[in-house]
Ligand binder design. Sequence first.
Ligand code: FES
Length: 347
Amino acid sequence: MAQVTLIPSGQDFTVEPGEPVLAGALRAGLNLPHSCKGGHCASCMARIVSGEIAYPGGRPVGITAEEVEAGLALLCQARALTDLQVEAREVKPAPDVEVKSLPCRIERKERLAPDVMAVFLRLPAVEDLHYRAGQYLDIMLSEGRRRSFSIASAPADGRLIELHVRRASTTGFTAQLFESLRPGALLRIEGPLGQFWLRGESPRPALMVGGGTGYAPLRAMLRQLVATGDRRQVTLYWGARDTDGLYEHEWLRALESERPGFRYCPVLSDAVAPAAGLGAGLVHEAMLADHPELAGFEVYASGPPAMIEAIRTRSAAAGLPREQLHFDSFDYAPDTLAKLGAEATRT
Ligand code: FES
């Protein structure tokens, strides 16, 4: 067991042997910045002021050799070899949310696309889950494993929690959600989690960029804006491989015609000559081509690590201050990645 002290706050916590430093901090209730928890997005990067860390799988892709040399580390992957002093900023949780561990039941499932399922969860009648539109929750599995899913419904939508689940593998938990887990099945969730939510106090127009089911938290934000009568300017870029992946295209088109401040820009990565009204290529390229100057926007990006990384680097060059970029990097849990690797090896 190692002791970790945060600088400058002086908060401390312990990490178990083999436990990622970030996991120890979150277990202790300290809300350090993070997103993918997979070593890709770099949002958990912090400076190791004293002590030693190691990465069991080698240097993660989200940190360069120069950054390691400069004493930086990705806390979601780093294991403490000694006691540590870590310079890291603690993120204040939203004042009106409380992280809870709750049982819930699957109320119903709806197929949204061939590989995407909407799963509706019902909480116990005596429990409430207060969250900000855009946050995520974890479904707790056996042996301490967990799966993170963005909440696709808005707080204003009522008591059912809606998740948009993309099938990640043929045998893992998402496959169970598609097949064997039926309405009535009992799950345990922990949440709300994450720092991805709409900054309601900002006067700047919002640019939203979603890749695949990265649309889910942006949808929650949109639904909350609609429900609360917020008329701020919002442009949503939603990227998918093909039209099946744009599973709420009609609703978004209807919203665009009803709501003057809202613009919807669908982008297909597999289409060479897409139908009228659909863009072709990578969704973040489409957003950046339309907005070469980003300083006047709040940007909300949600999707796979490569998309988030491209937006992080390119948006800085387009003049976007770091505090106006909010992102949620979707990554597979480590045990799913291992399984996907095994499946890829087998096929
Ligand atoms: S790299 Fe650590 S949370 Fe993404």
